[in-house]
Design a protein. Structure first.
Length: 103
């Protein structure tokens, strides 16, 4: 839990965005992750943004956040689109819930 929160808040700090707080209700993501299906949940989280990542053994929370942040180079502020990167650093986001599992 703390590793995910720290990884997101480090990215928020880099982009001068207020830190996030942990949300147990958003941590429903664990229930979804345990299914080992690489697709968005469409369930209770459908009104929230979801970023998914899949990695090799040893893949850490910081690896997932860095993967999403790597999309920054494709971001065009003149023609913004929603991406994993924008979801990580979105100014109006105040809470995060994350999960990981081994499939």
């Amino acid at each position: 839990v703390q590793a995910y929160l720290d990884a997101h808040n480090n990215m928020h700090d880099t982009h001068n965005v207020a830190p996030l707080a942990w949300s147990n209700s958003l941590a429903y993501a664990q229930t979804w992750a345990n299914r080992c299906v690489m697709q968005h949940s469409g369930g209770p989280l459908r009104l929230s943004s979801e970023n998914l990542a899949w990695g090799p053994p040893g893949f850490k929370p910081i690896n997932a956040v860095n993967l999403w942040n790597s999309e920054k180079s494709k971001y065009n502020s003149g023609k913004p689109i929603m991406s994993h990167f924008t979801q990580v650093v979105w100014r109006n986001t105040s809470k995060v819930g994350c999960a990981s599992t081994t499939c």
